[in-house]
Design a protein around this ligand. Structure first.
Ligand code: FAD
Ligand code: FES
Length: 405
């Protein structure tokens, strides 16, 4: 027994000594050298050896979209690096196609600066800025979706294109879900969530699509739809989503650090018929795009197919029904996958991809001539892609906003 104890102590001592030696060696071997970073042929700025490129750019107010906060999973912080080839990291192999990697594309969060680097970025990204906004209003739309209205500076509002998103940063926080004010009608759904706790010791940034109509933007408002990210059912002990929990907790008057607008999900500049398919908070960019196109006068035919589970999960339905009455070129269809008897549902029943196939693709003379915009849960997107493929729609007519899973 004493021998075993001595062995453990010796092992721990060896591990500690090795760790200390590694830290010392790293301090000596990783030099604190300046490294020049050039962006789009502008004057270079100076960063430090070993800094990650995403952070180096952010320090100089170049705020790339980074929904995963640098974990290498969202694939949004793409940049083209010119000059000497840099070996891609495993996260880059997973997120970038072989063709993209051949063209010198990288994930800025995965690049450590080891020498001068020349970076190419779309000019529009250089316009994205960090800003503070204030919560003007927050309300539950369904038991797990909250609408948050923010006021944002005029220059940010002016840069918003329908389909764009902003990045919001939650400060370090800790609270129990019993502190979240929930409307009476959702009290039953929330009974079992009351024991959850949200906590983070560092700021966390996530992306949220802008659902604003042109009228919202004219009043300086960013409308966001936040879905609460709950622990997966098979791992209920995991913490709930860091930023979405905090956004369910914020109230009027709270200041939020943001950046943007970002993103290239937007309506194509064409007269082709538009078909939008969404579910959950995938509603956000689609709502912005629909209002924007209908407001432009003489839009092409537009149809919006929205999938939800039951009537309680529907929101903005009256708004789209009104749009359909006002604009003969706009059609709004809802499919409920699991309506309750009390829902008295007379519309499509089943998944939205099936409704799209039956109600649109099957009888359309030329489905391959339309543009399709998809935004929703990954399973819904995969199922819709399947029926579009069956109908002969080429992939270059399909545009989708990937919120991650
Ligand atoms: C372009 C874009 C636009 C988007 N727009 C919207 C939008 O309009 N509305 C919206 O609601 N979302 C949107 N998202 C998604 C959003 O950015 C966040 O990903 C989402 O809100 C979850 O973030 P979170 O910080 O709350 O959760 P996270 O903290 O990232 O957690 C995510 C999930 O992981 C679970 N988890 C926690 N710890 C662990 C662990 N150790 N192991 C495994 N799982 C764990 C959590 O319980 C949760 O279910 C968008 C994303 C992108 C990329
Ligand atoms: S920040 Fe998400 S992949 Fe780089």
């Amino acid at each position: 027994m004493t021998g075993l104890l001595a062995g453990v102590v010796l092992l721990v001592a060896v591990v500690l000594a090795l760790s200390a030696a590694l830290i010392l060696a790293r301090r000596r071997l990783v030099p604190d050298l300046p490294v020049a970073v050039t962006v789009n042929d502008r004057a270079p700025f100076e960063s430090r050896f070993g800094t990650d490129l995403l952070g180096a750019l952010a320090t100089h107010d170049i705020l790339l979209p980074a929904a995963c906060g640098g974990a290498g999973t969202c694939g949004q912080c793409r940049v083209r690096v010119r000059g000497e080839a840099i070996e891609p990291m495993p996260a880059e192999r997973a997120r970038l196609s072989r063709a993209e990697r051949r063209e010198g594309m990288h994930l800025a969060c995965q690049i450590r600066l080891r020498g001068p680097v020349e970076v190419e970025l779309p000019e529009a990204l250089l316009d994205a800025r960090g800003f503070d906004c204030t919560v003007l209003r927050a309300r539950f739309l369904t038991s797990l979706i909250r609408e948050i209205v923010l006021d944002a500076p005029p220059e940010v509002i002016a840069a918003v294109r329908a389909g764009a998103f902003v990045s919001l940063t939650a400060p370090p926080h800790e609270f129990g879900f019993d502190a979240i004010e929930v409307p009476e009608r959702f009290a039953d759904d929330w009974a079992e969530l009351r024991g959850l706790r949200a906590a983070t010791t560092a700021p966390v940034t996530r992306a949220y699509s802008i659902a604003s109509t042109p009228a919202d933007l004219a009043r300086g408002r960013l409308v966001l739809l936040i879905r609460l990210a709950l622990p997966p059912p098979d791992r209920p002990r995991l913490p709930p989503g860091a930023v979405s929990s905090w956004l369910f907790h914020v109230s009027e008057g709270v200041r939020i650090a943001a950046s943007g607008p970002h993103g290239d999900f937007r309506a194509q500049d064409s007269a082709r018929e538009m078909v939008l398919i969404g579910g959950g908070v995938g509603m956000a960019p689609l709502r912005a795009i629909i209002h924007d196109r209908l407001g432009q006068g003489a839009p092409p035919p537009i149809s919006f197919w929205y999938g939800a589970r039951r009537r309680d999960d529907l929101f903005y339905a009256e708004e789209f029904a009104t749009l359909a009455r006002q604009h003969p070129e706009f059609r709004f269809e809802v499919a409920l996958s699991d309506p309750r008897p009390g829902d008295r549902w007379e519309g499509w029943t089943g998944f939205v991809h099936a409704a799209l196939r039956e109600g649109f693709l099957r009888d359309h003379p030329e489905p391959e001539a339309c543009d399709y915009y998809l935004c929703g849960p990954p399973l819904m997107i995969a199922a819709v892609m399947g029926v579009l493929d069956e109908a002969g729609v080429p992939s270059n007519r399909i545009f989708f906003d990937d919120f991650g899973s």
